[in-house]
Design a protein around this ligand. Structure first.
Ligand SMILES: [Zn+2]
Ligand SMILES: [Zn+2]
Length: 805
């Protein structure tokens, strides 16, 4: 991004200058304009130069702008008025600071970046007005749609409008004044693989770990499919040149014409009757050009993606665009390939693993209308597609659609907002829809479409539940039940593959002294440390703190200090012990931190280079492995026991997703769920693939407890080094909202009571509707920005929190 100060005027305007200026303005804008320009541009005094031509180009339209500061503190509104120097006689024009322009403005003793959100006739405050410092050139202004969206988000999520704008601005690849991303983004050089993907994959495995640039470049080529979506920067150039020299990559000329879309997408499949029925509803709504919302509930393997592809094709036939949102974790090269094979170059991909330059480049392609189908993760909901016809949110129940930092938005709601604005069709898809989505169908705010059979007509896998208490009674203290062990042996002996799922990484969950009960804890957070055998350290999964595991107990000096509880590392190790000839791969946050690794593991397993894949929820989501005949859920209890009202729902969803990985290709699938709560309705209904019974049971509980969707929640979280200060601040600030029709639960320590050295006190607010909660949020945040607030206490406010840990 390039920032340039397009004027030669001084950076700051004194407050007395602002006041004088305003006083004059009321008499004659025109005069004032001249005065302003002359004063600003000290080298070209208007009166002295007498340059009438320069006077003639003076623009009197926008003298003031309201600027929303992008990094405004959440306790302020963060919108301030500034003066715009419109043009400079004898010098360059300042440029047009129209609505949506990104500007640099002075703010207290620093420069801040903001967006012009208004051009008021008169400033709200007429004293101490400062002047816009510079326009950010090379960035297209925020569109009217996004200005309006930011205002809506600001009200809905109780967040300064500037912060909302920062979420939907085109990607900036550098800080103000630095960076080169936007320029590089226009570069059109494209590279592709010159060898088969398998060969490239093997080479990636062979490259030394130290060759990071080469590994990254090759990984990106593999991730991009044909590589044509990638834009490269100078760092990558040497690595790419090397890959070309090795005959692994080729440089090719970019196609400038998008693929002809009239061809109906050669790669589309013949729809099943159920798919056809769902599509019929979607296409009818598209033709009517009216906003419509559908919930597409389809069992795993029922071909929801094909409905999305055909829906997108229908939107394109109308000359409209499509937006397909997928959870980040499920946005695999495979998914991207499904869309590229149907729509070619008109597909743009947006996700957080792209470099800033790559994102900027995709963004530009979308803005120019070259890309009409956008496939991406949460942030892609802000893709600047014009005339949207279809918006899909796949796996709508995923919590990753909820952004946890400001603005704490829900991408599903943004998708709905945009669907209304564009008169588009919104499709939320899921095998296990959230209770909120189901309730919306009940209230007829959405129409339910169902895919009840798998496309290939295969049966859903047989699921059995193993009661781990029986294993203990039978003297089996291992992490695998007898049933899972024998099923693994049976499956491997037939040359089929096994997935072992455990939603917890590391080796041992905690380290305990059997002598005195001492547990190694994080000094910063209220959690125990996880033992990682990979690097032989104890690690905090919340703050990253690491230390050597103690050899003797620091409390009693005893030597009976051992690890308990299993994570994915231990599952992989024990699987290897159980089946010494089996090749084991592990996929979790620890093994996929390098870009491209996730895809490499997936491809290797699909090619049959390993027999057992051990992983966290990463392996449960959206992946398709035809040769997997057995899925073992090592423990269903981890999510079930979370102190959160959505624990049962999450457990059910994860179990169904994990089970859905079995039996997708050749051999019929079998699933074994190990648990200490075999009778829990999450487990029993997941085992019988019975979403409706689960949803009915869960609905009743939510209704009785008045949890969402039968109420709205908000959370305000107070944090401080000293617990007492946070608690006092919470009590004091609650007086601000005592008169509101809001139920106040707390203050109480949050379940994760200490994080990174700060104590956390939370208040959960509950109401029938969102509005009183938003008003509460506004008041609480205002109080936290006012005099008398304990500056040692931090406050965050969140609407509809996905988790209250
Ligand atoms: Zn001890
Ligand atoms: Zn920690």
């Amino acid at each position: 991004m390039e920032v340039s100060s397009c004027t030669s005027g001084p950076a700051k305007a004194s407050s007395s200058f602002g006041a004088t200026w305003f006083a004059l303005a009321s008499r004659s804008r025109w005069l004032l304009e001249v005065f302003l320009c002359g004063t600003l541009n000290t080298g070209h005094d208007v009166a002295a130069s007498g340059d009438l031509k320069a006077l003639a180009v003076v623009n009197v339209a926008a003298l003031y702008v309201s600027v929303a500061i992008l990094d405004a503190p959440s306790t302020t509104e963060g919108v301030y008025d500034y003066i715009v120097p419109t043009s400079v006689p004898g010098g360059d024009a300042f440029g047009d600071a129209g609505l949506g322009t990104v500007v640099i403005v002075p703010l207290r003793n620093r420069l801040a970046r903001g967006v012009v959100v208004d051009q008021p006739e008169r400033p709200a405050v007429d004293r101490g007005l400062k002047t816009v410092h510079a326009l950010v050139c090379g960035l297209s202004p925020v569109s009217a749609e996004f200005l309006e969206l930011a205002r809506w988000m600001s009200a809905a999520y109780v967040c300064p409008v500037g912060r909302c704008l920062s979420a939907l601005l085109p990607p900036l690849s550098g800080r103000a004044g630095g960076g080169t991303g936007a320029v590089k983004a226009r570069e059109r050089a494209a590279f592709g693989l010159a060898v088969s993907r398998d060969e490239a994959d093997r080479l990636l495995g062979d490259l030394p770990l130290a060759a990071t640039a080469r590994r990254r470049a090759l990984g990106a080529l593999l991730d991009q499919g044909d590589g044509r979506g990638a834009r490269w920067d100078n760092k990558d150039r040497a690595a790419l040149t090397w890959l070309v020299e090795q005959g692994v990559a080729v440089r090719r000329r970019e196609e400038t014409q998008p693929v002809d879309l009239g061809s109906e997408g050669g790669a589309l499949l013949v729809p099943t009757p159920e798919q056809q029925a769902a599509l019929g509803r979607i296409e009818t709504a598209l033709e009517a050009r009216k906003t419509a919302a559908f919930l597409l509930r389809g069992v795993t393997g029922s071909g929801k993606t094909e409905v999305y592809r055909r829906g997108a094709a229908a939107a394109l036939r109308q000359g409209r665009g499509a937006l397909i949102l997928v959870p980040e974790i499920a946005l695999t090269p495979q998914v991207i390939e499904w869309f590229r094979s149907a729509f070619g170059r008109t597909v743009a991909v947006l996700h957080s693993r792209l470099s800033a330059g790559e994102r900027a480049s995709e963004w530009e392609r979308i803005r120019r209308g070259e890309a009409r189908v956008v496939v991406g993760a949460r942030l892609a909901v802000f893709a600047p597609v014009e005339d949207l016809g279809l918006i899909v949110v796949d796996e709508e129940q995923e919590s990753t659609y909820h952004q946890e930092e400001d603005p704490k938005y829900d991408a599903r709601e943004i998708a709905l907002w945009r669907a209304v604005r564009h008169r588009a069709v919104l499709v939320l898809g899921s095998a296990t829809p959230s209770l909120e989505a189901m309730e919306a169908c009940r209230r007829r705010e959405m129409e339910l479409l169902t895919l009840s059979v798998r496309v290939d007509g295969r049966a859903l896998p047989a699921v059995s539940v193993v009661d781990m208490r029986d294993e203990l009674k039978a003297g089996n203290r291992g992490i695998f039940s007898r049933a899972l062990r024998s099923a693994m042996e049976h499956t491997l002996a037939r040359g089929h593959q096994v997935i072992l799922f455990l939603n917890r990484r590391g080796y041992s969950t905690f380290v305990l002294c059997r002598g005195c009960g001492y547990v190694a804890r994080c000094p910063q957070c209220a959690v125990s440390l996880t033992l990682h055998e990979d690097d032989g350290r104890l690690v905090c999964h919340y703050c990253g703190f690491r230390k050597e595991p103690p050899k003797t107990c620091p409390a009693c000096g005893g030597t009976a200090v051992r690890g308990f509880g299993a994570g994915t590392e231990r599952v992989a190790a024990e699987a290897g012990r159980l089946a010494p000839h089996a090749r084991v791969l592990r996929m979790d946050l620890d093994t996929t931190s390098v870009k491209g690794e996730h895809g490499r593991i997936v491809r290797a397993f699909r090619r049959g280079e390993a027999d057992i894949l051990v992983g966290t929820q990463m392996v449960a989501k959206g992946l398709d492995f035809p040769n997997v005949a057995l899925v073992g859920v090592v423990s269903a209890d981890i999510t079930l026991n979370l102190p959160d009202f959505r624990a049962a729902e999450r457990t059910f969803q994860l179990l169904v997703q994990a089970a859905g990985r079995a039996g997708r290709g050749g051999p019929p699938g079998k699933v074994i769920i190990q648990t200490y709560s075999p009778d829990h309705y999450s487990v029993t209904n997941a085992a019988s693939h019975d979403y409706e019974s689960f949803a009915a049971a869960e609905r009743e509980i939510r209704q009785a407890l008045r949890c969402p969707p039968f109420s709205r929640l908000a959370r305000s979280l107070y944090s401080a080094v000293e617990a007492e200060r946070a608690l006092q601040a919470a009590h004091r600030s609650l007086k601000e909202i005592a008169s509101l029709p809001v139920e106040i639960l707390g203050p109480a320590p949050s379940p994760l009571s200490r994080l990174k050295g700060r104590h956390r006190i939370q208040v959960v607010l509950r109401a029938e509707d969102a509005e009183p909660l938003r008003e509460a949020g506004r008041r609480l945040l205002r109080a936290a920005g006012a005099a008398g607030w304990d500056s040692k206490v931090g406050l965050t406010f969140e609407m509809d929190p996905r988790s209250i840990l």
